[in-house]
Design a protein around this ligand. Structure first.
Ligand code: SAM
Ligand code: SF4
Length: 474
């Protein structure tokens, strides 16, 4: 399925509302035996079809919901172990020509102070983030005619250019910007972006068209095919998502799964990540204060658990939109990547008065510092925070990554590599309190590491890190 043009003329809508409705209808009140059968299949880590995911989501029996959560925990642990990738968003511009009804950056929001970072300001922000210990950033942009692919590519170069002897460098820049044409994606690929991320917001086309009042984003199909164009341009790590609260959450999960399957059929590889933000209050966006389809914490947990079972090898990303207590549960159930110490407007990290509703995109639910987030991940959850970027730098991306992930590779490489980046963080950035908690966790992980040969390699590298070497991986 190729589309090199810059319009959506002729693009196919592979999200078939009728099919999704039929799947949802069939899944009302599913028999307990069916749920157990689906969970048995999910334990084999082969993923689930949309109708099976629909049945799990349609279940109303609390005991079976508990079984769904338990199975998701088991699958998550089996594939990912206790490792959690950490990143921070970096907002580059809040200027936007679109009118998305739910977003504070909406072109019609006259109360928002508009800011676009200059190269120098980007470097200042990156320096602050590097000094905190970040190695992976997600760059976020409004969609404005002034900012094309070349400009975005320059901002990516700006980020990669900030290196210091003390704080190292950003090793992976992911990008969340409006969909580009194939050539535009090629430009981003050439400057070495990691994942291209773009959320469909809602897979229900009439709702999509109603909420995207004006601007380029109004075009549902142009956005729906963004991942295909990115793949065509050589970006094989793509991240999709839906914004929960706009439409029926079960419809959205099935939309995500149909989208993922389409990508797999057409490009041989599904999404690298899926995100599932919930609507947060945003300046002058009524719908963000009163979501038409509010998603309860229980429903949200089920969404995460079912996604983990349906696409077991896809990274699931949680942001600071959720509060700390719920984040803990979601991590155990399936989340594999987490943002920490986030701020949601351009210039926020170098702004001493950072709580600014007049410039930010939405209000965040977890305002802890990165150090606090890391301490709680390692201490309370027993999870190893990871900044690892080894796969990406060794060319293990896209289809290749998925194949490796399916053969237990994550345990063999990702856990030791995660521990090495965690050690680096503890040596260079952590508070004394966090260092104590972190060192105890590393010791426990070494003591319980099952493979003696790899354990020896790991211990040797950890010792070299204590002696001052950096950026070591297996
Ligand atoms: N402008 C680009 C776009 O729309 O794709 C990328 C940046 S946009 C700031 C990133 C994401 O923020 C959107 O895709 C949307 O899902 C999310 N978002 C917008 N308003 C939000 C709100 N009120 N609460 C939570 N997430 C929101
Ligand atoms: Fe602009 Fe993206 Fe916000 Fe829509 S969601 S108003 S496109 S920044």
């Amino acid at each position: 399925m190729k589309n090199n043009a810059s319009t959506s003329d002729g693009l196919v809508n592979f999200i078939d509302e009728k099919t999704i409705r039929a799947e949802m209808e069939k899944a009302t009140n599913p028999a307990p035996g069916l749920i157990r059968e689906i969970l048995a299949k999910a334990r084999e880590r082969q993923g689930l079809d949309p109708d099976e995911a629909a049945a799990l989501l349609g279940n109303r029996n609390r005991d079976l919901d508990t079984a769904i959560f338990e199975t998701a925990r088991e699958v998550k642990k089996g594939i990912y172990g206790n490792r959690l990738v950490v990143f921070a968003p970096l907002y580059i511009t809040n200027e936007c020509g679109n009118q998305c009804a739910y977003c504070g950056f909406n072109a019609k929001n006259d109360d928002l102070e508009r800011r676009t970072l200059s190269s120098e300001e980007i470097r200042k922000e990156v320096t602050v983030l590097e000094d905190q210990g970040h190695k992976r950033l997600l760059l976020v942009y409004g969609e404005h005619p002034r900012f094309g692919a070349d400009w975005i590519a320059q901002t990516v170069r700006d980020v990669y250019s900030v290196t210091s002897a003390k704080s190292g460098e950003i090793r992976r820049v992911n990008v969340n910007c409006a969909p580009l044409d194939v050539e535009g994606f090629r430009t981003l690929h050439e400057v070495g972006i990691g994942t291209y991320q773009c959320f469909q917001e809602t897979y229900h086309r009439p709702t999509y068209e109603k909420l995207h009042v004006a601007g380029r984003k109004k075009d549902f199909l142009w956005r729906l095919h963004a991942m295909h164009r990115a793949q065509e341009a050589g970006i094989d790590d793509v991240g999709m998502g839906a914004l929960f609260g706009l439409y029926d959450p079960i419809f959205e999960v099935l939309g995500l799964l149909h989208h993922a399957h389409r990508l797999e059929l057409d490009w041989g590889v599904g999404p690298h990540t899926i995100s599932f933000p919930r609507l947060e209050p945003a300046q002058n966006a009524d719908i963000a204060y009163n979501p038409p389809y509010p998603t309860s914490d229980h429903e949200f947990k089920k969404i995460v658990a079912v996604l983990r079972l349906a696409v077991p090898y896809t990274g699931l990303i949680l942001t600071t939109r959720e509060n700390a207590a719920l984040r803990k549960e979601l991590v155990e159930m399936g989340v594999s990547q987490l943002s920490g110490g986030s701020r949601t407007y351009p210039g926020a990290y170098s702004d001493p008065e950072y709580d600014r509703p007049d410039v930010q995109q939405f209000c965040i639910g977890d305002s802890r510092s990165l150090d606090e987030v890391i301490r709680s991940i390692a201490g309370e959850h027993g999870y190893v925070p990871s900044w690892c970027t080894a796969c990406y730098r060794l060319g293990r991306t896209g289809e290749h990554f998925m194949e490796l992930a399916k053969t237990g590779f994550i345990q063999k490489f990702c856990l030791p590599n995660g521990l090495l980046t965690f050690k680096e963080y503890l040596e260079d950035y952590a508070s004394e309190e966090t260092k104590k908690v972190g060192e105890a966790l590393i010791k426990h992980e070494i003591d319980t590491y099952p493979d003696p040969d790899r354990k020896r390699l790991l211990v040797e590298r950890l010792t070299r890190m204590e002696a001052g070497e950096r950026d070591l991986y297996l």
